[in-house]
Design a protein around this ligand. Structure first.
Ligand code: F6R
Length: 366
């Protein structure tokens, strides 16, 4: 049941510290810090001439974050696509390629058909699924399980963060195997992963009340934009998807640098602009996009850490302070407040949070 929570979605948001921890412990030995992913899987991924990551919806955004990680950290070329496009694209696939499918249910038809296409193209098939004994699992060469437990809310939350956790472990293992990063870096990154449960918990504790308060104002908006750069870009897309799914407010995610190529025309004082901007290598770039938005009357809701707030907090309508973290794990932290934002906006609007109109938990038809 929902226990003390008003909705399954809220319960599942608050379960994230523990299910991320369970998922981590299944891939990294908590005592020895050793990565315990299957060696043959890690070797296959490390040696891949190319990785093709395919999924739908929120699971696709997990792939999108993983593209940044696999390329930057493990130096493996990655292609990503949504399954409904990929399966009909007739893409040529490289010899020695590995195709990876991400699905909470393990039953999404488009994802399954994309998997079958990749198999016919001679790719090795890996899947990351949450449900035990699904069709996608059965048709894969290798499988990793996210340990999110059953997800009841239609809007995916804990499945997403455990997918990211699993992908992060795989990236780290493949990077170590390839020698793309040295042992010291592997250790530091695995420590960052192991701090996730407590960091996610502190984000939940420290931001929930502020977000609930400001969400009553956001609930009045007709349109909301979400901006991010690098691995924060897919988190912006995910934030926009969550908001439209459950609050029915029109929302779009954009790469921050794309603003001046069109979307900035939408900005006026009625459009909240949610900005995900940890104080990292890309911060200055995003900050200048935020300044351009503010100059046009945009009402910015800034999610950033201490240094980001010092630099950019003043011109923003709202801001939420995030903990300082390693850039590697930041996407897993920054999705938490956008889940909470979507949830509280939906509650403020009085929609059916757990069963939004027109949506089904598992999409087994085209
Ligand atoms: C969004 C959401 C959907 C699913 C998508 C894929 O909140 O839940 O976008 O992520 O339908 O479903 P699975 O992961 O079961 O393949």
């Amino acid at each position: 049941g929902k226990g003390e929570y008003r909705h399954f979605m809220l319960k599942e948001i608050f379960e994230q510290p523990s299910v991320i921890g369970d998922t981590l412990n299944s891939f990294i030995n908590p005592a020895t810090r050793e990565i315990t992913l299957p060696a043959d899987l890690v070797e296959m991924v490390a040696k891949a001439s190319r990785l093709t990551l395919v999924a739908c919806g929120t699971a696709f955004y997990a792939c999108h974050v993983a593209k940044y990680w696999f390329e930057q950290i493990a130096r493996i070329p990655v292609e990503i696509d949504v399954a409904s496009e990929f399966r009909y694209r007739e893409a040529p696939m490289p010899e020695g390629g590995v195709a990876l499918f991400v699905s909470q249910s393990g039953e999404t038809l488009d994802t399954l058909e994309a998997l079958r296409y990749c198999k016919r193209q001679g790719q090795k098939i890996v899947s990351i699924v949450n449900t035990i004994e699904s069709t996608i699992e059965r048709e894969s060469d290798m499988v990793l399980h996210t340990l999110a437990g059953p997800e009841i809310g239609v809007a995916s939350t804990k499945a997403f963060t455990t997918q990211l956790t699993t992908l992060a472990c795989l990236v780290l293992a493949a990077a170590a195997k390839k020698g793309a990063i040295d042992a010291k870096t592997v250790g530091a990154m695995s420590d960052s992963l192991r701090q996730l449960p407590s960091l996610v918990n502190s984000v939940l504790q420290d931001t929930a009340v502020t977000i609930e308060k400001l969400s009553r104002e956001i609930a009045e908006a007709r349109d909301v934009l979400y901006l991010g750069r690098g691995a924060m870009y897919p988190i912006a897309l995910e934030g926009a998807l969550k908001l439209k799914e459950i609050s029915y407010i029109h929302a779009e995610g954009y790469a921050a640098g794309e603003m001046k190529h069109g979307p900035i025309a939408l900005i006026d004082d009625k459009v909240p602009v949610v900005v995900l901007a940890p104080h990292d290598k890309l911060f200055e770039k995003t900050a200048s996009n935020v300044q351009e938005t503010i100059a046009r009357g945009g009402q910015v809701l800034l999610f950033t850490d201490r240094d980001g707030l010092t630099q950019l907090g003043r011109g923003c309508r709202w801001s939420v302070r995030m903990p300082v973290s390693d850039a590697f794990v930041a996407p897993i932290l920054y999705v938490i407040p956008v889940q909470l934002l979507a949830y509280h906006v939906a509650v403020a609007k009085g929609t059916d949070v757990d069963q939004p109109r027109n949506l089904a938990k598992s999409v087994t038809v085209e």
